[in-house]
Design a protein around this ligand. Structure first.
Ligand SMILES: *[C@@H]1O[C@H](CO)[C@@H](O)[C@H](O)[C@H]1NC(C)=O
Ligand SMILES: *[C@@H]1O[C@H](CO)[C@@H](O)[C@H](O)[C@H]1NC(C)=O
Ligand SMILES: *[C@@H]1O[C@H](CO)[C@@H](O)[C@H](O)[C@H]1NC(C)=O
Ligand SMILES: *[C@@H]1O[C@H](CO)[C@@H](O)[C@H](O)[C@H]1NC(C)=O
Ligand SMILES: *[C@@H]1O[C@H](CO)[C@@H](O)[C@H](O)[C@H]1NC(C)=O
Ligand SMILES: *[C@@H]1O[C@H](CO)[C@@H](O)[C@H](O)[C@H]1NC(C)=O
Ligand SMILES: *[C@@H]1O[C@H](CO)[C@@H](O)[C@H](O)[C@H]1NC(C)=O
Ligand SMILES: *[C@@H]1O[C@H](CO)[C@@H](O)[C@H](O)[C@H]1NC(C)=O
Ligand SMILES: *[C@@H]1O[C@H](CO)[C@@H](O)[C@H](O)[C@H]1NC(C)=O
Ligand SMILES: *[C@@H]1O[C@H](CO)[C@@H](O)[C@H](O)[C@H]1NC(C)=O
Ligand SMILES: *[C@@H]1O[C@H](CO)[C@@H](O)[C@H](O)[C@H]1NC(C)=O
Ligand SMILES: *[C@@H]1O[C@H](CO)[C@@H](O)[C@H](O)[C@H]1NC(C)=O
Length: 759
């Protein structure tokens, strides 16, 4: 029965289709549009939000379908917008039947396959936002005025046929993979007001001829390409230009004086290039300027006190990492709209003037890495909008204003590291503290760690290292369930490390540096048990990223660095990757055995327990630390044999077991073949390669540790001056011998990065 009924039904369908096609070919109407859209729908393979599945139904008028609009006169589809519906499928050629279509936006979907040439029939099309481009697609789109291909996956060069669209006034192909050089034919598009080609792979020079034609240009965005050469001086022909973004390219030479002729300019972004020389002073006369972003070039000059006299609308000033000298110009405090002030990495000097209070809109105040001296004016606390305060790496001194704690309901970042601040830390971090990063390392602050820091529930980065802080272990920080990095390094912290009375302790912590303090007692198994981030490798899900200090207003700041010590060397991380995990408890007076549960910290990369008074044997469970790159257990009182299992640690790059009471054969093979004598010296009972002492038959077979032998070793350590408590001996010595760059560390870091990028 079923088979018999099938043929006539098919025949009927075929007839209807043929009949319909003939008629609609003669007089296309809204049914043609409906058929075209249904055909489009039928080629969509995935519609995650079920937008089209139910809505695009023949029971309703096409003109009421989601994403569709019709013209009032002809009742034909004039507008189709599927943007952001997250559809997967191919673009059906039938779309070319929407002969009244003026605006087509199918961006931000996962359409694939070729772009159908039939779309070239859409001669009324004025606005197109889509992905893939066959080369002649624009041939018949001579009426096109707006072409927005932002954020697609277009590769190759811009198709030549585009230069026939002479009515184009808006062209954006930002955020694609365009290659080749910027074509001079763009000069043919003389109506252009907006030319946005940022975030592509364009190379070569900017063809200077184009500016003779593009005199109507209001916006030019070429940022984030690989464009080289000079900025053409005839850019000044674009007298209307308001928005100029050439940042993040390889532009060189000086900034052309003629830019000063662009008197309508509001946004000037030239940062992250190789521009050199001085900044044309005429630029500071363009009173419409809201953004001046010149940072990360080799520009120089002296900041004169009146240079900002004519910039009343300035919101954003970025002169980061250039070579400017002088003081913060007085006239800058007249720029009442200023929100972003980035002056880090120059040769600026003087004190931070108290007139800073005049900048009531200021959000970002970055003057790090200059020669500023004197005290922080307490008027800074009146800046109620302040989001980030980075005064690090200067010669600032005095006490940190107590009132900074009040500011912590707006501040996300405080970075005061590497100054000469002394006195105690502010006590009163507010109840509504929003702080995410607090760094005061490398100063001379003393006293306790303020308990009110526990109000800062979003704190993820706390570095108070290299000061004179005197306190017990801040287990109360364990309540901060965002805390990822904690460094108390090189202070006068004392007592036991215990987090047993905090329930959700340190759940996201993944870098802990407690080294060079006076902590004592047993290593806290409770603390290790709570380190879920290191146990389960939370941050390793997805691609490795640089840890973001904060992201705000579309600006991302990366954690610039952290002092971290392994093997006695202290060094700066260039950046902290989110998957970096390390525990450094070295140079304290911890005693007792190494807890077996340490082996559960599966994603640990660096472990340093050196220069303590740890006893017992090395637990074989350490071999479960399969990601470990660096293991330093040196200068303790560890006894017994090195567990053979340790040679399962496939990534181990650095091993230091020196100056303990270890004995018996050194494991052989795999990573162990790469370690030298240095890893084992000061253990008289060890034998086998790389040591010259060979193992006799007795030692080849594991036996219980011999107390007498261990005693002998221990005496030897003391004689050498490397026993517990004498923390400096070995590390200093090692530093002298490995002069220059800590190659092994850089290698580990790079290798770890590679490892995780590949996954
Ligand atoms: C559209 O045209 C077809 C064929 O010419 C016709 O059958 C149909 O009734 C028309 N529809 C409308 C809404 O005019
Ligand atoms: C389709 O979606 C549009 C816009 O959301 C809505 O106005 C219309 O009622 C929906 N039609 C159906 C049949 O669900
Ligand atoms: C299409 O819709 C998206 C999201 O609703 C919107 O952002 C975009 O401006 C629309 N495009 C056009 C051409 O109207
Ligand atoms: C893309 O669409 C998603 C929703 O599907 C939306 O959240 C996102 O903002 C859109 N991106 C752009 C660039 O429009
Ligand atoms: C879009 O679809 C992709 C894969 O189909 C999915 O991973 C993603 O979460 C979706 N995004 C939205 C906003 O629906
Ligand atoms: C629509 O376009 C397709 C492909 O371009 C064509 O084969 C078909 O005849 C057209 N259909 C209608 C109903 O006009
Ligand atoms: C452009 O239009 C001409 C004339 O109508 C036609 O011959 C040609 O095939 C069209 N080109 C494209 C790419 O559709
Ligand atoms: C640019 O315009 C000129 C003159 O109108 C024309 O001869 C030339 O073919 C155009 N170039 C392109 C690539 O369209
Ligand atoms: C300027 O535009 C004219 C007219 O379209 C064109 O002929 C000429 O080649 C263009 N010049 C440049 C340098 O692009
Ligand atoms: C542009 O600026 C330069 C140098 O500042 C000046 O000599 C020239 O006259 C200006 N050109 C125009 C067209 O204003
Ligand atoms: C700062 O503001 C005060 C009060 O509004 C004003 O008197 C003073 O001149 C301003 N200072 C500067 C440098 O603009
Ligand atoms: C937790 O320990 C700290 C310091 O040892 C102590 O001050 C605090 O009262 C304890 N909290 C609880 C809930 O026991």
């Amino acid at each position: 029965m079923a088979k018999l009924g099938f043929l006539p039904a098919l025949l009927f369908l075929l007839l209807c289709a043929t009949f319909g096609a003939i008629l609609s070919a003669n007089s296309p109407n809204i049914s043609t549009d409906q058929a075209a859209l249904l055909a489009l729908k039928s080629h969509i393979t995935h519609d995650p939000h079920n937008l089209l599945a139910t809505n695009w139904s023949t029971s309703a008028s096409v003109c009421d379908w989601i994403g569709v609009a019709c013209g009032s006169r002809h009742r034909r589809v004039t507008y189709l917008n599927l943007s952001g519906m997250n559809l997967t499928g191919t673009i059906n050629p039938n779309l070319g039947n929407l002969s009244f279509l003026a605006r087509l936006d199918i961006s931000n979907n996962s359409f694939h396959g070729a772009f159908p040439l039939e779309l070239a029939h859409l001669h009324r099309l004025k606005y197109l936002n889509f992905g893939h481009l066959p080369s002649r697609i624009f041939d018949n789109l001579s009426k096109l005025q707006v072409l927005d291909l932002t954020e697609n996956q277009i590769s190759g060069s811009i198709p030549n046929s585009l230069y026939k669209c002479k009515e184009l006034w808006y062209l954006s192909m930002c955020n694609n993979s365009l290659e080749g050089s910027m074509p001079k034919e763009i000069g043919n598009l003389t109506m252009l007001k907006y030319l946005y080609l940022g975030y592509n792979n364009l190379k070569g020079h900017i063809p200077s001829g184009i500016f003779d034609n593009l005199t109507k240009l209001l916006g030019l965005d070429l940022q984030q390409n690989q464009i080289s050469g000079k900025i053409p001086s005839n850019i000044s022909r674009c007298k209307e230009l308001r928005y100029l973004s050439l940042n993040n390219n390889y532009l060189e030479g000086s900034i052309p004086m003629e830019i000063g002729n662009l008197t309508m300019l509001e946004f000037l972004r030239l940062c992250h290039n190789n521009l050199s020389g001085s900044v044309p002073s005429l630029i500071f006369n363009i009173s419409s300027l809201q953004q001046i972003r010149l940072g990360f070039n080799t520009l120089f000059g002296y900041l004169t006190s009146n240079m900002f006299d004519y910039l009343p609308r300035l919101v954003y000033l970025d002169l980061t990492e250039c070579q400017f000298s002088g003081r913060i110009p007085k006239s800058l405090f007249k720029c009442k709209e200023l929100e972003y002030l980035f002056l880090s990495g120059n040769h600026l000097e003087g004190t931070v003037p108290s007139e800073i209070i005049n900048l009531t809109s200021l959000k970002y105040f970055f003057i790090a890495d200059n020669n500023f001296s004197g005290q922080i004016p307490s008027s800074i606390c009146n800046l109620g909008s302040l989001t980030a305060l980075c005064l690090n790496q200067n010669s600032l001194e005095g006490k940190i204003p107590e009132c900074i704690g009040n500011l912590s309901s707006s501040l996300l970042v405080i970075n005061l590291e590497e100054n000469n601040f002394h006195g105690t830390l502010p006590e009163n971090f507010s109840e509504t503290c929003t702080l995410q990063s607090f760094r005061i390392n490398n100063n001379q602050v003393e006293g306790p760690l303020p308990r009110s820091l526990s109000n800062c529930k979003g704190l993820n980065f706390l570095d108070v290292g290299n000061n004179y802080l005197n306190d017990s272990f801040p287990n109360w920080l364990g309540n901060l369930d965002q805390l990822q990095v904690l460094s108390l390094r090189s202070n006068r912290f004392y007592g036991k490390v215990d987090s047993s009375n905090v329930t959700a302790s340190f759940i996201r912590l993944r870098v802990i540096d407690l080294s060079h303090n006076n902590f004592n007692g047993h290593l806290s198994t409770k603390l290790f048990e709570n380190l879920h981030a290191i146990k389960e490798g939370y941050e390793k899900i997805g691609k490795p990223k640089y840890m973001i200090e904060f992201a705000n207003d579309g600006i991302w700041y990366y954690i610039p660095g952290l002092s971290f010590a392994t093997k006695g060397l202290e060094m700066e991380f260039h950046s902290i990757l989110t998957f970096w995990t390390a525990i450094d408890l070295s140079n304290n007076q911890f005693l007792g055995e190494i807890p077996k549960t340490l082996g559960e910290l599966h994603s640990l990369i660096g472990l340093n327990l050196s220069h303590n008074c740890l006893t017992g044997s090395i637990p074989s469970s350490l071999s479960d630390l399969s990601e470990l790159e660096s293991l330093d257990l040196s200068s303790n009182k560890l006894r017994g044999r090195i567990p053979m299992e340790l040679n399962n640690m496939g990534f181990l790059e650095v091993l230091n077991l020196s100056y303990n009471d270890l004995k018996g054969p050194i494991p052989q093979g795999k990573q162990f073949d790469t370690f030298t004598n240095d890893s084992y010296i000061g253990n008289l009972g060890l034998c086998g390669l790389p040591l010259s002492k060979s193992c006799d038959n007795d030692e080849e077979t594991p036996t219980e540790a011999d107390p007498d032998d261990d005693g002998l070793n221990w005496k030897f350590s003391i004689l050498m001056g490397y026993g517990c408590g004498l923390v400096l001996g070995l590390s200093m010595g090692y530093m002298v011998f490995t002069t220059g760059k800590p190659w092994w560390f850089i290698r580990i870091f790079e290798r770890v990065r590679q490892r995780f990028v590949k996954r």
